[in-house]
Write a protein that binds this ligand. Structure first.
Ligand code: C2E
Ligand code: CA
Ligand code: CA
Length: 579
């Protein structure tokens, strides 16, 4: 209001009655001006709940027709109007009415209404002795949104919009409390994307982000609304599942999730499958400490990853000691590599058409100072450890190539030597050039070497690097064998994507008469795709006879020889008289 509009309250030589009337009129004008210009809505209501007065901001706030802003309008009518137009409050009314009914004169209470259009209104309500009440209505939408944003930033992961680590911890703490107080059963699942770092390194951060977003969506689909599905950071996700009735309530969503993960994901025209490792733990023993659940789930996740990834493991108490043993084993292997205790044994592969030794498979052995010669089963964990598998791979190539050079010099007809490759070796992206360098260094022709890879290296987001590596190796003349065929998830589509020279039928099929049909199918498949088929684990003459009848190209197994030290190879080749 400008100063010229200010009505003077000073008497101006009028009679006292006239003065009183003028003063009242002036005061009224002042109050009206104040009411009309205040940003908040204001209403005064009598003891019967009827409007005494309200200001324009009040009418505007609730979009009331002029008629409903008049004196005498009941509060109910105003509310009804809001409901009938669908613009009224959607929550907070009942609570506000109840609390305001209890407030005594002079006692202010505050209520909050959520309106249908998303606005939030805060009401300050003050009863007035003998009148009713006066209330101001303030639109606090901006403030609510700002604090929601702050909440979002503090408790949400910005990439996926999922609860973050802080929110996860809050959800976990709440579950622990409910378990301690009411004996509630709950579970935790830790999820880790396999080889995420390689995906980022080789396909770029966009692909990495797309994968994480996709996984976040998949996780939200697999679990209930009430489960806290969170991203802990990087490629780690975790879920808290509350109010479980039994282990099956934990296992069911895991199965759903694994099913969803098998579906390929499209990203910039390529199709991938996300492979993830899951560790789960359930608090179902009232005597156990629920606080340990996070640690247990972590141990289970560790088990899942070291068991070859792409799997789910549910925690069992025995795992604690297993994990400790594994850590101890890896420490020993590290030492043993440094001491040169690892060596290769060689098992002959026999060609059924030429009836000759076609080559040897190089198999790792540990010459343990106390326990003697140990097979890979005793140190499998080392092949799955990122660092050690690379070191063992290095040992295998150095030994195999050194040995091949020696045999070439001695004129031993060893054919082709197949070296097993762990998936970790592929992930480096350098495998092809490393092998080429080593072949050159030892002066061994590429035609003397084969590599054996299992199907699971061909799967997942690293598949591009694997394809490049395999193609590069194949182009130089190194043969590619697909190992343990039939035990993994590799599809025919995978087979066609990469050059594969040999299919190795897993020994479990060869040795099980019931799998006869599978063996025949694989042999036919290999023939139709121009690959040689090798059967492993041939122990009995009848197995050999059947394989031979089905047209299997090559065989390997104890029937001919167990893996032998390099020193016995020359004599074996010389003495081999055929099948
Ligand atoms: P694999 O590649 O499937 O190797 C075949 C395994 O079957 C070998 O076990 C071999 O000794 C065994 N075997 C061969 N013929 C018969 C048979 O007639 N009957 C039976 N019961 N078994 C037979 P081994 O040497 O213990 O190797 C086990 C696994 O360890 C290999 O399976 C391979 O996956 C892995 N491995 C071995 N050496 C290396 C290596 O240098 N690098 C990598 N990454 N993995 C290796
Ligand atoms: Ca093999
Ligand atoms: Ca095999």
């Amino acid at each position: 209001m400008s100063s010229s509009n200010v009505v003077s309250l000073e008497p101006r030589g009028l009679s006292s009655r006239e003065t009183a009337a003028v003063t009242l009129a002036e005061q009224n004008a002042l109050f009206t001006a104040a009411l009309n210009n205040m940003p908040h809505g204001l209403c005064m209501v009598d003891g019967e709940g009827r409007l005494i007065l309200c200001n324009p901001a009040f009418g505007a706030m609730y979009r009331l027709p002029e008629m409903l802003t008049r004196r005498g309008t009941s509060r109910e009518r105003i509310l009804e109007y809001g409901f009938s137009t669908g613009q009224g409050p959607v929550s907070g009314v009942a609570e506000y009415l109840a609390r305001s009914a209890e407030a005594g004169p002079g006692q202010s209470i505050v209520g909050e209404l959520a309106l249908a259009d998303g606005r939030t209104v805060r009401i300050s309500h003050t009863p007035i002795e003998g009148v009713g009440y006066v209330a101001t209505h303030e639109d606090i939408t901006d403030r609510v949104e700002a604090s929601a944003k702050i909440e979002f930033l503090a408790y949400r992961d910005t990439l996926t919009g999922l609860p973050n680590r802080t929110a996860f911890q809050r959800g976990f703490d709440a579950a622990v409390e409910a378990a301690e107080r009411q004996g509630e059963m709950f579970g935790v699942i830790m999820i880790d994307v396999d080889h995420f770092k390689d995906i980022n390194d080789t396909l770029g951060h966009d692909a990495g982000d797309a994968l994480l977003l996709n996984l976040a969506k998949t996780l939200s689909k697999a679990f209930r609304r009430g489960d806290t599905v969170s991203r802990l950071g990087g490629d780690e996700f975790a879920v808290v599942l509350r109010g479980l009735n039994g282990p099956e309530d934990l296992l069911r969503p895991i199965e759903v999730l694994q099913g969803l993960l098998r579906k390929p994901v499209e990203h910039s025209g390529r199709s991938f499958t996300i492979s993830a490792s899951l560790g789960a733990a359930i608090h179902d023993d009232p005597d156990a400490d629920p606080l340990h659940l996070l640690k247990n789930a972590d141990v289970a996740l560790y088990e899942a990853k070291s068991g070859g990834r792409n799997r789910c493991v549910v925690f069992k108490p025995a795992m604690r000691t297993q994990v400790e043993q594994r850590v101890e084993l890896l420490r020993e292997v590290r030492l043993a590599i440094a001491q040169g205790e690892f060596d290769l044994y060689y098992q002959p592969v026999v060609d059924l058409v030429s009836n000759k030794v076609a080559g040897f498979e190089a198999l790792m052995r540990w010459n343990h100072p106390e326990q003697g010669v140990l097979p890979p089963a005793a140190f499998m964990a080392a092949f799955e450890d990122t660092d050690l598998s690379l070191q063992l791979g290095e040992v295998a190539f150095e030994r195999a190539l050194g040995q091949m050079r020696a045999w070439l010099d001695e004129g031993v007809e060893f054919g082709r030597v197949a070296v097993n490759i762990s998936s970790e070796q592929f992930r480096t992206g350098r495998l092809a050039s490393d092998i080429a360098d080593k072949l050159r260094a030892w002066n061994v022709p590429a035609e003397r070497l084969a590599i054996e890879v299992t199907e699971n290296v061909y799967m997942g987001w690293g598949a591009d690097v694997v394809a490049e590596t395999v193609c590069a190796l194949h182009a130089t003349g190194v043969q590619i064998a697909l190992d343990d065929f039939g035990t993994g998830y590799a599809s025919l589509a995978n087979l066609r994507q990469f050059p594969v020279d040999r299919l190795k039928i897993d020994k479990s099929f060869v040795q099980n008469a019931e799998d006869d049909a599978i063996v025949r199918a694989v042999i036919n498949l290999g023939a139709s795709m121009g690959m040689k088929v090798v059967a492993e684990g041939v122990e009995k003459p009848e197995q050999l006879a059947a394989l031979s009848a089905y047209g299997c190209d090559q065989v390997q197994g104890y029937h001919f020889a167990k893996p032998m030290p390099a020193g016995e190879v020359a004599a074996f080749v010389r003495g081999f008289g055929g099948v």
